[in-house]
Each structure stands twice: as C-alpha cells, then as structure tokens.
Design a protein around this ligand. Structure first.
Ligand code: ZN
Length: 94
C-alpha cells in the first residue's frame, strides 16, 4: 500500500495555567504535541476515578490539565492504550 499522506502531527497551544494543580501557572504560552501529554488521575468524593490529560510547563514545572474537548480522539486513544500496555508489562514482571 502507498501512503499518500501520513496523519498530521497533532499540536495545540496552551497557556500554563496550573488548572487542576493549584491554578498558579506562569501563563507561558506552550505548543503542545502528543508526546508532551500524560495521564493523571484524581478521585472524587464518591471514589470515582477521573482521568486528566496533563502537561508540565518547562518554565515553572507546574502541571496544567487540558480540556478533553481540545484533544482529538485518536490522541486520547493512543494515550490510553499506552497506559494499558505499561500496566500489562508491570503485571508480567511479577
Ligand atoms: Zn509555567
């Protein structure tokens, strides 16, 4: 098969706001790629886990949660798959 056009690299701009992590980001404007995102999770009052897509600002080292709506599904799926792969590896090592 011939690839006519590869999937374009996903990028977005995000201000460092510290959202979800205290809210005291340095307000730097960051260009984010797929590889800059990672998953963090919190638990609500009822103990339900909530997953967040998080970046860490290189200027102030404060984390900011992105809005899920800003991230395309394919990027989210990749992240979730990567996470379950890691879990599998840990289980195999036991
Ligand atoms: Zn910052």
């Amino acid at each position: 098969m011939k690839v006519i056009r590869e999937a374009p690299l996903w990028k977005m701009e995000q201000e460092c706001t510290g959202k979800g992590h205290g809210g005291y980001g340095c307000t730097a404007l960051l260009e984010i790629e797929e590889s800059d995102l990672y998953l963090t999770s919190t638990y609500d009052f009822e103990g339900d886990m909530e997953q967040h897509f998080t970046i860490k600002c290189p200027c102030c080292n404060i984390e900011t949660d992105l809005s899920r709506n800003d991230i395309p599904d394919r990027v989210i799926i990749k992240l979730l798959e990567g996470k379950s792969k890691k879990l599998k590896k840990q289980q195999e090592m036991r």
